[in-house]
Design a protein. Structure first.
Length: 219
């Protein structure tokens, strides 16, 4: 029996902008070819008033991040539907999930905690449904700021006064649209390496390659 594809709602314009947005034709090929082998794109164009579909920078960013998350999900499936693999996936995507909805992370965490009690197929199906529901939610600047502050809490007691000021300045610049999200993320990633925070270093949210090419967008 053929595997059922994941249905992903997408504005047609988002595929059109993929190469320029990512700055990498390989990613465009991945979106339109490789990923399409496992995902069924459902083209939609919601009512956005005067804004042209696909122009909103946050929505474009969310789409590209969703693409990377689903790519990682498919890689996890290829490694085997084990409880350990699911725990690893969930742990690495903690802050990315929280940036959509904190409650989603709690719900998914409760499901993962029951992994030893459930059949693998049902466990993975239920987790995927929660993941897709979460990825449908939009990120916002306040949501990102909340996540950034959570991450900052891991090592703020170890920072010098100058470093704390630098972090607060980066947060404020992002909050007021004076800098893209990659600015505070890159700084936190640097500090996570400097102060040896292994849990943070495995977070895809802090991986600059996931958030590449920020020109023209604030997230």
């Amino acid at each position: 029996m053929a595997k059922e594809k994941i249905r992903l709602g997408i504005c047609p314009g988002l595929i059109d902008i993929a190469p320029g947005f990512a700055g990498d034709n390989d990613l465009a090929s991945f979106v339109t070819s490789t990923l399409a082998s496992a995902i069924e794109y459902v083209f939609v164009c919601p009512d956005v008033g005067e804004e042209r579909c696909g122009q909103n920078a946050l929505q474009r960013e969310d789409f590209m991040i969703n693409t990377f998350v689903l790519k990682r999900w498919l890689k996890t499936l290829g490694q085997g539907k084990t409880a350990g693999n699911l725990v690893d996936f969930h742990s690495r995507h903690k802050y990315l999930i929280m940036a959509r909805w904190v409650e989603s992370y709690r719900q998914m965490g409760k499901l993962v905690a029951r992994s030893g009690e459930m059949e693998a197929e049902i466990l993975y199906q239920d987790y995927l449904q929660l993941l897709l529901n979460t990825l449908r939610l939009n990120t916002t600047i306040p949501k990102h700021v909340n996540v950034l502050q959570h991450i900052f809490g891991y090592f703020k007691k170890h920072l010098s006064a100058a470093e704390k000021q630098e972090v607060m300045s980066a947060f404020d610049r992002f909050r007021t649209l004076q800098a893209p999200l990659i600015v505070p993320i890159t700084l936190l990633n640097h500090l996570a390496h400097k102060y040896q925070q292994p849990y943070l270093l495995q977070q895809v949210y802090l991986n600059p390659s996931l958030l590449a090419s920020r020109q023209g967008g604030h997230v």
